[in-house]
Design a protein around this ligand. Structure first.
Ligand SMILES: [Cu+2]
Length: 241
């Protein structure tokens, strides 16, 4: 009886050992991927035309009429400017060395939504022949506004807490953008056809969140094993005005 018990334990040990040695593959260096598409249902509010006639140096940079960019869509009900990111399950990462670049050009913010990491250098350039006064409006980070005459050096700053921050210009009321300050490098912003891809995710369970400046946010959990690719789609309900 005792021998049988011992043999069973020994067998279990052998099985376990062989699983460790032979059956447990090393996680592939590339990790897994979450891809998907962000779309909307319903009818988005019509974007408003922007009149830049009071700022001729900017107006002349636009050959086609420009509109507000609160909701930007693509074909097939694609929803653009959505920040899709890993909101839980991934460790916080230290900021990358390169700066995140935000440009004021033609009296617009380019890109309209800029994502970067906590403590990453943010570099704001004025490419226009007029002054801007950029004024991000954080609630948990420190608030500031800075004037930037034409030809001046880029403004640099960083944020030490994760937050979605609306950005406005105190001189040009139509200028509006967003900063997404995130805790790790697993993020993407939809453009064109609304697609996104979050690559290099080690095996694990993640919460994927999609954030839109007007339609809010929604989350889904996904479990990644090995180097598989999982599809996660998000559908937002369009808000009329
Ligand atoms: Cu401005």
């Amino acid at each position: 009886m005792r021998l049988t018990h011992f043999s069973a334990a020994a067998l279990a040990a052998i099985v376990c050992t062989s699983m460790v040695m032979f059956a447990t593959p090393k996680p592939p260096a590339g990790g897994g991927t979450v891809t998907g598409k962000v779309t909307y249902t319903g009818t988005p509010a019509k974007m408003k035309p922007i009149d830049m006639s009071k700022e001729p140096s900017c107006a002349k940079q636009h050959t086609t009429p420009i509109t507000t960019e609160t909701v930007v869509t693509g074909t097939g009900n694609a929803l653009d400017n959505v920040v899709v990111y890993v909101s839980a399950g991934a460790p916080d990462e230290s900021a990358p060395g390169q700066a995140a670049k935000f440009e004021q050009k033609g009296c617009q913010y380019i890109p309209h939504v800029l994502a970067f990491q906590v403590n990453q250098t943010l570099e704001i350039a004025n490419s226009d022949q007029t002054s801007h006064n950029i004024h991000p409006l954080p609630k948990v980070n420190r608030e500031w506004n800075k004037s930037q005459p034409p030809g001046s050096a880029p403004i640099t700053d960083k944020y030490d807490k994760p937050e979605f921050i609306p950005v406005k210009c105190n001189i040009h009321p139509w200028m509006h953008g967003n900063f997404a300050v995130l805790k790790n490098s697993h993020y993407a912003i939809t453009e064109g056809e609304g697609g996104f891809s979050l690559a290099s995710l080690p095996p694990g369970k993640y919460t994927i969140t999609a954030w839109h400046e007007s339609y809010g946010d929604q989350s889904q959990d996904v479990t990644i094993s090995g180097s598989e690719t999982k599809t996660v789609n998000f559908v937002f309900k369009a808000k009329p005005y």
